[in-house]
Design a protein around this ligand. Structure first.
Ligand code: BGC
Length: 518
C-alpha cells in the first residue's frame, strides 16, 4: 500500500504550451535567489576555520586549538556555543522573516519578496564584511537571515507557478542548483581568501553582496506570475503573461483553472487558521515533515562544518579546505542528475534511492572512523589512503543528497499546496527548514564532542525513519498540473480519508477522461 500506486496518468490534465525561451530565461533569473542561501550555507564553515578570524573574534577557541595536545579530546576543539551561534543565528532570523514574507508574497507579489530579500541580504553582508566586534557579526548574520527567509519563501513558489507542469520538476530544481553553486563559490573563495592573510575572512563575508545584487536586479526584470496577478485582480495582464510564457494562444483551459483556483482561494479569509483544517492535514504534514527530514539527513554537518570535520578527523587546514571544495563540486554536479531525471522517474523514486545511498554512507563513515581510532581514542592524523577513502564516501553521500532530499524538499512542498494556502504553507516549510538547520548547526559540534563517530549512526537511524515515511505517505506528483494537485491526495490510500469521498471519485473520473496528461 505504498503511496506510489497513484499515477499521474489517472489524475492529471495537460495544458497546451511549450518550454519557451521566456520560461527558461525567467526561471534561470528567478533561481539565482538560491545563490544567496547557498553562499551563506557555504561561507561560515570555512571562515570559522581561518585562524585570523578565530584570533580576532574567538581568541579562546584559537588558544584551545593551538594548544591542543595529542592527549586532548580532539572531537571537542570546536565545541563552543557562541561560535556555533555565529553560524546558526542566521537561520533563526530566516525563520521569522519567512513568516512575514508570506504576506508580502501574497499581497504584493512574488517579486517583491525577492527584492526585499536581496536588500536585507546586501545590508547583512556589509555589516559582516566591516565587522570589528562579535555583535556586528551577529547583527550581520541576522540581516542575512531575514533576506534568506524572504527569498526562500518566494523563489520556489515563483518557479513552480511559471513552469509548464511537464517541466516543473526540472525548472524548480534550478533553485537547488543555484544553492549548490552558491555553496561552491563560497568554498572556493574561502580556499583562496584563507591565503590572503589577516583579513581574508572580510572578503569571504563581504562577498555576499554580489549574490544580493544579482537577486535584486533579477527581481526588477522578472515578470510576475499569472497566478499572482490573478490573485491580485490583474486578470487581463495575467492572461497576456500566460500566453507569452506558454508560447501558444490557446491557454484558455489553464487560464480558467487558474481563475477557478483563485476564486476558491478568495473564499478563504484566514490562510493561517485555514491551514489547520482537516482537509489540509496531508499537505500540512508534508510541509512540516519534508523540511525537517531534509535536515535530519545530516547533510549540513558537511556543508557547514566540512573543514572542521575534516580537521577533526585528522586533515591539515589546507587539505580540509580542499576536501570541502571537492564535496562542493560533487554537490553541484549531482544536482544536474536530479534536474534531468525528476520529471521522468518521479519524486518518489529519487527520494527512496537517495535515502538508501545516504544510509549506507553514514554507516560506512562511522565504521571507518570508529575502526581506526576506537571510541575512546583521539582521531589523530588519518593515513593518506584512509583519508581519501573517507572523502570518497562523503562525496557519495553528498551526491545522494543532491539528487534527492536536497532539491526535492524545495520542489515537492512548492507544488502540493492549493493556492488558498500556498503562501502560508510555503512559509511553514521554510520556517521548519530553518529551525532544523539552526538545530543542526547549533548541536553539531556538541554531538561531535559527545558522541564522536556514533553521531553518524544517529543520522542513519533518522534516514531509515524518513525513508519509511516517504514510501507510505508521499504521493507521486510528477506531471500533475499545480492547480489540479488535490486529486493525488484524494486518491491516496492513506490520505483519502481526509476528503469527502463523493468529490474524490468525481475528481478521479474527471482525470480519467483526460488521458493525454503531461
Ligand atoms: C538545504 C540546505 C543544504 C543544501 C545543500 C538545501 O536544499 O536546504 O540546508 O545545505 O541544500 O546543497
Amino acid at each position: 500500500m505504498a503511496g506510489g500506486v497513484i499515477t499521474p496518468a489517472t489524475s492529471g490534465k495537460d495544458y497546451p504550451g511549450n518550454l519557451t525561451r521566456s520560461v527558461i530565461i525567467t526561471c534561470v533569473i528567478a533561481a539565482t535567489g538560491g545563490l544567496i542561501f547557498g553562499y551563506d550555507l557555504g561561507i561560515s564553515g570555512g571562515v570559522i576555520s581561518m585562524n585570523s578570524f578565530l584570533k580576532k573574534f574567538f581568541p579562546a577557541i584559537y588558544e584551545k586549538q593551538q594548544s591542543t595536545k595529542p592527549s586532548d579530546n580532539q572531537y571537542c576543539t570546536f565545541n563552543d556555543q557562541i561560535l556555533t551561534l555565529f553560524t546558526s543565528s542566521l537561520y533563526l532570523a530566516a525563520l521569522f522573516s519567512s513568516l512575514c514574507a508570506s504576506t508580502i508574497t501574497r499581497v504584493m507579489g512574488r517579486r517583491a519578496s525577492m527584492f526585499f530579500g536581496g536588500l536585507l541580504f546586501a545590508a547583512g553582508s556589509l555589516f559582516n564584511g566591516f565587522a570589528s566586534k562579535v555583535w556586528m557579526l551577529i547583527v550581520g548574520r541576522l540581516l542575512l537571515g531575514f533576506g534568506i527567509g524572504c527569498a526562500n519563501q518566494s523563489v520556489p513558489i515563483y518557479l513552480s507557478e511559471v513552469a509548464p507542469c511537464r517541466y516543473r520538476g526540472a525548472l524548480n530544481q534550478l533553485f537547488q542548483l543555484t544553492i549548490t553553486i552558491g555553496i561552491l563559490v563560497a568554498n572556493l573563495l574561502n580556499y583562496f581568501f584563507a591565503k590572503v592573510g589577516g583579513w581574508g575572512w572580510r572578503l569571504s563575508l563581504g562577498g555576499a553582496i554580489v549574490p544580493a545584487f544579482i537577486i535584486m536586479l533579477g527581481s526588477c526584470v522578472l515578470p510576475e506570475t499569472p497566478n499572482s496577478l490573478i490573485e491580485r485582480g490583474h486578470i487581463d495582464q495575467a492572461k497576456n503573461k500566460l500566453i507569452k510564457l506558454r508560447g501558444v494562444s490557446n491557454v484558455d483551459e489553464e487560464f480558467n483553472d487558474l481563475i477557478a483556483a483563485s476564486e476558491a482561494s478568495k473564499l478563504v479569509e484566514h490562510p493561517w487558521s485555514n491551514i489547520t483544517k482537516r482537509k489540509y492535514r496531508p499537505q500540512l504534514t508534508m510541509a512540516i515533515c519534508i523540511p525537517m527530514f531534509q535536515q535530519l539527513t545530516g547533510m549540513n554537518m558537511i556543508v557547514f562544518y566540512a573543514p572542521v570535520l575534516f580537521q577533526t578527523i585528522g586533515f591539515k587546514t589546507e587539505a580540509s579546505l580542499m576536501s570541502s571544495l571537492i564535496t562542493g563540486i560533487v554537490n553541484s554536479l549531482a544536482t544536474l542528475v536530479s534536474i534531468f531525471t525528476v520529471d521522468k522517474v518521479g519524486r518518489r523514486t529519487l527520494y527512496l534511492e537517495g535515502s538508501i545511498q545516504l544510509f549506507i554512507c553514514q554507516i560506512v563513515v562511522a565504521i571507518a572512523i570508529g575502526a581506526k581510532f576506537g571510541f575512546g581514542g583521539n582521531p589523530g592524523e588519518l593515513p593518506k589512503l584512509y583519508a581519501a577513502f573517507v572523502v570518497v564516501v562523503i562525496c557519495i553521500f553528498v551526491a545522494g543528497f543532491a539528487w534527492s532530499w536536497g532539491p526535492l524538499s524545495w520542489l515537492v512542498p512548492s507544488e502540493i499546496f492549493p493556492l488558498e494556502i500556498r503562501s502560508a504553507a510555503q512559509s511553514i516549510t521554510v520556517s521548519v527548514n530553518m529551525i532544523f538547520t539552526f538545530v543542526i548547526a547549533q548541536v553539531f559540534t556538541l554531538l561531535l564532542c559527545k558522541l564522536r563517530f556514533f553521531m553518524f549512526l544517529l543520522f542513519a537511524v533518522f534516514i531509515v525513519i524518513m525513508a519509511i515515511f516517504m514510501y507510505y505517505l508521499l504521493p507521486e506528483t510528477k506531471g500533475i498540473p499545480i492547480e489540479e494537485m488535490v486529486v493525488v491526495w484524494k486518491s491516496h490510500p492513506v490520505w483519502k480519508s481526509y476528503f469527502d469521498q463523493s468529490s474524490a471519485s468525481a475528481s478521479l473520473e474527471m482525470g480519467n477522461k483526460d488521458k493525454d496528461t503531461c
